[in-house]
Design a protein around this ligand. Structure first.
Ligand code: SF4
Length: 372
């Protein structure tokens, strides 16, 4: 559940000044619209679960409809236009290019799970990103604006609408365009809606918020009642290398980020995921593996939980100065890291051929980078 009065106003962007229903949980809608909680629940369930976009033909003429018509004079269902959907030829990933109401273009990715009919949606939280991680295409855009809570939720709703019958969205990862914890209030609001039984009804434990290192945002998440998973991008456990890859490290050194992650552990008892994007010849040496392993062990000793380690081989985008590590480079790194007795997962970053892999999202349309 999210607070009824979040610290940022629930004001929509775009031309239509009415508030978008997808950004609200039933308690907020009931309080704001002056309708019963029951009506608010039915209305939001119709929007999220039956794909209601307006009242035309969806709702039978009865007392509920009269209430809903009243609500629709003050609220609306916000829309993200699907510009393109690109299916990878290499794997079952699908990248969606979505246009916001103000013309900004963002990307979301449909990721299949091993269990048939189950999907995870990788969502964007901002248009562009201010953090400028060196290996990330989104980072080259700079920041245009934060996404509204409803625009984050709508990415899931838009993809859910296109799933085959019987399939469902099992989880959400905040690994699309933008640094989610730089937009933490709206991200938390969106998570509240995604989790609500009348919203997208997604388990909070199936939602992962990944950050490149915003300690204030981690603390805010830790202080909330949300029970999502936390991921931290390490890039390198060696000070100079990390700073050369993640400029945010100058402002927020890794030690500070990990202290905040430790606070998350204290309030949740839940181990964070520490992730390394492996760039061929840059951060794949055995010294790097040793530094990452030592960092994980130090985290365990300090905070009493063993972090989960995740290795993501880099997928190059166009005109890229970084390359994907060779298989033997990856294997040697993994073997060395495994000696530290900490669980390591080698992740598959799919959809590389359609620019859907981690760090490749740029909101391109017809070869043009989305304007801000
Ligand atoms: S990796 Fe994430 S935080 Fe870094 S520039 Fe890209 S979108 Fe922003």
């Amino acid at each position: 559940m999210i607070p009824a009065t979040p610290s940022e106003p629930l004001v929509p962007s775009g031309r239509d000044a009415r508030i978008a229903l997808q950004g609200l949980v039933p308690e907020q809608l009931a309080a704001d619209a002056g309708v019963s909680l029951n009506t608010a629940r039915k209305l939001l369930a119709a929007v999220h679960q039956r794909g209601l976009d307006d009242l035309g033909g969806h709702v039978p003429k009865n007392a509920l409809r009269a209430e809903m018509e009243r609500v629709f004079r003050r609220y609306r269902v916000g829309r993200l236009e699907v510009v393109t959907r690109e299916a990878s030829r290499l794997d079952p990933f699908v990248k969606y290019l979505l246009r916001c109401e103000d013309g900004a273009v963002i990307e979301a990715v449909r990721i299949p799970l091993q269990k048939p009919g189950r999907f995870v949606v990788c969502v964007s939280s901002q248009v562009g990103c201010a953090l400028g991680c060196r290996f990330c295409a989104t980072g080259k855009l700079g920041l245009s604006r934060n996404l509204e809570a409803w625009e984050i939720v709508e990415q899931v709703r838009a993809i859910r609408r296109e799933l085959p019958a019987g399939a469902r969205v099992h989880g959400v990862v905040f690994q699309g365009m933008g640094e989610p914890l730089a937009n933490v209030d709206r991200v938390m609001q969106a998570i509240g809606v995604m989790h609500d039984p009348c919203g997208q009804a997604i388990e909070q434990r199936a939602i992962t918020v990944s950050t490149a290192g915003v300690p204030g945002g981690i603390r805010k998440l830790a202080a909330s009642r949300l029970r999502v998973r936390l991921g931290v991008s390490i890039a390198s456990a060696r000070h100079d290398v990390r700073r050369s890859l993640l400029p945010i490290d100058e402002q927020n050194p890794l030690a500070e980020v990990l202290e905040a992650a430790g606070e998350y552990v204290r309030t949740r008892g839940d181990a964070p995921m520490l992730a390394m994007t492996l760039l061929g010849g840059v951060n794949t040496s055995l010294e790097e593996a040793d530094a990452f392993g030592a960092l994980a062990v130090a985290f365990r000793e300090r905070f009493g939980v063993t972090p989960r380690l995740s290795l993501v081989p880099y997928n190059p985008s166009e005109h890229d100065r970084f390359v994907r590590p060779a298989d033997d480079e990856l294997g040697a790194f993994h073997d060395r890291l495994s000696r530290f007795g900490v669980p390591v997962v080698r992740r598959y970053s799919g959809g590389g051929d359609v620019g859907a892999a981690c760090g490749q999202l740029v909101g391109r349309e017809n070869g043009r980078v989305s304007s801000k």
